[in-house]
Design a protein around this ligand. Structure first.
Ligand SMILES: [Ca+2]
Ligand SMILES: [Ca+2]
Ligand SMILES: [Ca+2]
Length: 151
């Protein structure tokens, strides 16, 4: 599915009424991709027009974009769940600061995150280094890390 940027939405809004109709979207998309088919453009349009009034408002657009973004992050995070179990060396179901630092050091995918990252992650969810993380905390941190990775 094509992801719009807000600037694209503004470009599409030919009559500058702050809303984008199907026709405006189609014209905008055609400028980017001459081969775009009417059904594809319609499908994209419908996925954004939540209240089905035939226009995409900025609110509808941002809501959908945010939702897509967050569900993308959630999908990523779900994949990390087995990793958390693997990181939990003493199997108490919680991740300590040391367990996380060790894990990040030894894991080939996560070793790119430095100790500062772990520090920052703990800070960002208001945890002290002596605190232990439960699943939700750990997932929140993973989500932070994946978000940062996308930028
Ligand atoms: Ca318009
Ligand atoms: Ca609408
Ligand atoms: Ca543990």
């Amino acid at each position: 599915m094509v992801q719009f940027k807000i600037s694209f939405l503004k470009d599409c809004d030919l009559n500058k009424d702050g809303k984008v109709t199907y026709r405006e979207i189609y014209v905008g998309l055609s400028k980017q991709d001459k081969k775009i088919s009417v059904p594809t453009a319609m499908e994209i349009f419908k996925s954004y027009d939540e209240n089905k009034d035939g226009e995409i408002s900025i609110e509808e657009f941002t809501k959908k974009a945010t939702f897509d973004y967050l569900s993308g992050v959630c999908e990523k995070v779900k994949k990390e769940l087995p990793l958390i179990k693997q990181f939990d060396k003493n199997k108490d179901g919680l991740l300590s600061y040391d367990e996380l630092t060790e894990a990040f050091k030894s894991d080939k995918e996560y070793c790119k995150f430095s100790k500062e990252w772990v520090d920052w992650s703990f800070d960002s969810i208001g945890k002290k280094k002596t605190d232990k993380l439960n699943d939700i905390d750990a997932l929140t941190i993973m989500a932070f890390l994946s978000v940062e990775e996308d930028n």
